[in-house]
Design a protein around this ligand. Structure first.
Ligand code: MN
Length: 731
């Protein structure tokens, strides 16, 4: 125990002796109940008084490390929450928040006295109290998991916990130095960011300031002294500036409140560290806050002030048009005052001011207690809820507790970017979002049909990660489709799910289309005119095949779940079935652009001009082979799985063919081969090489349009002196 603490302890002991009735000198008791009476009904105030007495009784004989009776702590916590005008349940739970942990009072007892809701709140806070944020990161993640679940269930538990932490930080001086550091670090890393995200600006700043004080005591002391001195020196100047601002706004016809605002030591410190500045280089340690009646007045005030003093370029931020994720709204600008003193300005409306001070959470809680629950479900409420929800999603995605803690920590810090459309509409996206994410954020159709992007007027790749301030213009095409490769780099859930959905729908569409072609061909063989099949017949057959509709039956057929010949037979007249036989004329014409339902076998790699057959593979659709592919012989038995296919007349795509080549090993031979392939307008997809010294065997996969093209290409290769043998590999 330090000298100072020993002294303090002695003083409080003395005080206790002088004033034997502990409660009579608890500061704030009267003030609190006066405040409560100001916004609660008398019956609520009397419930709170009995909760207070209950707690006082339970904690009697307990003292804090500062020497004060323990009840001073729950009282202070309730006071902090009463400033946010929170509801009776929350305040009752605030009085009782430590009784389960520190006294013999049980949860059922609290439920009996104060109801289920209060008992749940107290229980929730007690669980959070068990969280230690120092060693065994695994176990901490487990605790944080509980904490987040609690948050999602009832955000009021978090509010009580934050008020509890705030009071503990305010009284941290009384604790041992190592305990102080640990608590301060935990506050800085976990609780301050939570307060920030909930928009509890005052609590956030105070938690941060106090954490700074105990994490870096020396730096805190030095800065305190320095700012005090500088503020003293500039008192005259600041008074002058304040007067000038007031007059300027009055002349602009605005009825405003103007307040001087001392900047947080921690924000000064952070600026010094981040920008490598010494204290004497930091001038904007003074700020002014202007509160006006409506949004237009904010911009009028801004204009007037920019006329009074020159704004510092690049310092203007419009958080009214683009609110922070926690709901904060204001205009920020830095002006260059007399003697070159930079002054930071915040301009906002009354409404924005209230939210900035007491936060989103308390705002909607207070509203929802007005018995009109819907009015509480405003935009801010939804944003808060979305944030909690996103934390929970992170939670369920990760199996590993440690990994989860990492996610959580990252997620607690602002991770959003702001980008705009060519029309100037601003979109908020998560960090690491790409042009594809942006396209989907604008509109699903834009995402589904995007082909290229211009970022700040320059062509860029669709996978480019966007940065705040980028102007993004998406190029679309009516023929474009989502690319499965996008899934590897998109980061928003919206983009991901739309791409997946599209690909799935696409596959079903292609399959149905192809299934119809397969069936029509088969029907032809049975002498059945497809147009003569009526809806009832379709319905019956679909049901018997286990499909919900004609469309689904066709899709299943395209995917190879049902064999077309078998289905067609069901539609045939009894006599016709026997005469069925396949003819060349009704072969399915393959275009090569059927999509996922038609594949070209990797074993033989057929190309247009080859004599081909189709094999229906279950759940994969039709696989095209060369008619003499060795693999075919193995599967010849199932006659119904084989289809006659032929190449369509108008094929516009390239196919792959395998080529084997034996070459004499001479310098530059590969280059000559590659050159010849390029001259024949082909591309190399794949190449592998093995040699025994004098000769090498080279295997290529090449892109060709048909047999004629391939023949031309091989002729060119044969002309190379070193090429001793060349042949196509089929199977
Ligand atoms: Mn407590």
């Amino acid at each position: 125990m330090s000298q100072l603490e020993r002294q303090k302890n002695k003083e409080s002991t003395l005080l206790a002796e002088v004033l034997p009735n502990a409660s009579s000198y608890i500061s704030g008791e009267d003030v609190l109940f006066h405040e409560l009476a100001g916004y609660l009904k008398p019956k609520d105030v009397s419930q709170l008084r009995s909760a207070y007495l209950f707690s006082q009784n339970a904690h009697s004989g307990q003292y804090r490390e500062s020497g004060e009776p323990y009840i001073s702590h729950p009282l202070a916590v309730a006071s902090i929450l009463s400033k946010m005008h929170l509801d009776t349940q929350t305040l009752t739970a605030a009085f009782l928040h430590d009784v389960m942990e520190d006294t013999h009072v049980s949860k059922p007892e609290i439920r009996k006295q104060f109801g289920k809701e209060v008992a749940e709140l107290v229980d929730g806070v007690s669980k959070l109290d068990k969280i230690e944020f120092q060693t065994h990161a695994d176990a901490q993640a487990e605790n944080f998991r509980k904490m987040l679940l609690a948050m999602a269930r009832d955000v009021r538990i978090i509010l009580i916990k934050l008020a509890d932490r705030l009071h503990n930080m305010r009284t941290l001086e009384a604790r041992r130095p190592e305990k102080r550091r640990r608590t301060a670090r935990e506050t800085m890393e976990i609780y301050a960011p939570i307060a920030n995200r909930l928009g509890l600006n005052n609590i956030y700043q105070e938690l941060q300031e106090l954490s700074f004080r105990y994490l870096f005591p020396t730096r805190y002391k030095v800065l305190t002294k320095a700012t005090k001195a500088i503020r003293g020196n500039r008192r005259e100047v600041l008074k002058k500036i304040l007067d000038a601002i007031r007059k300027c706004l009055q002349d602009a016809g605005l009825n405003t409140k103007v307040n001087g605002r001392e900047k947080q030591l921690y924000s000064i410190y952070k600026k010094m560290v981040e920008k490598h500045l010494t204290f004497s280089e930091i001038f904007d340690i003074y700020g002014f806050r202007i509160v006006v009646k409506d949004i237009p007045s904010c911009y009028v005030a801004l204009g007037a002030l920019h006329g009074l003093y020159n704004p510092v370029p690049g310092k203007f931020k419009d958080y009214i048009a683009i609110p922070k994720e926690n709901g904060y709204q204001s205009l920020h600008s830095t002006l260059l005052g007399p003697y070159g003193t930079p002054i930071e300005m915040q301009i906002r409306t009354d409404e924005m001011h209230k939210i900035a001070e007491s936060g989103v959470a308390s705002h909607w809680l207070y509203k929802s207690s007005d018995s009109d629950l819907n009015s509480g479900l405003n935009d801010m409420h939804l944003r808060t809820h979305q944030w909690l929800q996103s934390l929970l999603e992170t939670l369920s995605d990760s199996d590993d507790s440690l990994e989860f803690l990492e996610h959580l920590r990252v997620d607690l810090f602002p991770g959003e970017i702001y980008v705009c459309t060519p029309q100037g509409k601003v979109l908020a996206l998560p960090k690491d979002s790409t042009a594809v994410d942006f396209a989907y954020a604008v509109h699903t159709d834009i995402g589904n049909s995007c082909v290229a992007v211009k970022i700040n007027g320059e062509n860029a790749s669709l996978r480019t990660k966007l940065r705040s301030g980028d102007r993004v213009e998406i190029m679309t095409s009516v023929h474009a489709e989502p690319n499965p490769a996008w899934l590897t780099y998109v980061s928003t859930g919206k983009a991901r799910s739309h791409i997946r959905h599209f690909l799935k729908a696409m596959q079903a569409e292609e399959s149905a289309e192809f299934g119809k072609r397969l069936l029509n061909q088969a029907l032809l063989s049975f002498n059945v005119n497809p147009k003569k099949i009526n809806a009832a017949q379709w319905q019956k057959l679909a049901r018997e095949s286990g499909a919900k509709s004609k469309k689904e039956l066709l899709t299943d057929m395209g995917l190879g779940k049902h064999l077309p010949a078998v289905v067609a037979k069901r539609f045939a007249k009894p006599g016709e079935a026997a005469v069925w036989q396949s003819t060349k004329n009704d072969a399915i014409a393959i275009l090569g652009t059927e999509g996922m339902v038609v594949q070209f076998a990797k074993c033989c790699r057929p190309i247009p001009g080859d004599h081909i057959v189709g094999f229906i593979k279950k759940n994969q659709g039709l696989v095209i082979h060369i008619h003499d592919c060795p693999l075919i012989a193995k599967n010849r038995n199932n006659k119904n799985s084989w289809l006659d296919v032929t190449w369509s007349q108008d094929i516009a795509r390239l196919f792959e063919a395998n080529i084997n080549m034996v070459v004499a090993n001479q310098r530059g031979v590969l280059a000559r081969v590659a050159e010849s392939i390029a001259e024949a307008d082909s591309n190399i997809d794949n190449i592998s090489m093995e040699g025994d010294g004098a000769h090498s065997n080279i295997k290529f996969t090449l892109q060709v349009s048909n047999r004629k093209h391939l023949a031309q290409l091989m002729r060119g290769l044969r002309h190379i002196r070193e090429v001793t043998r060349i042949y196509r590999v089929k199977g």
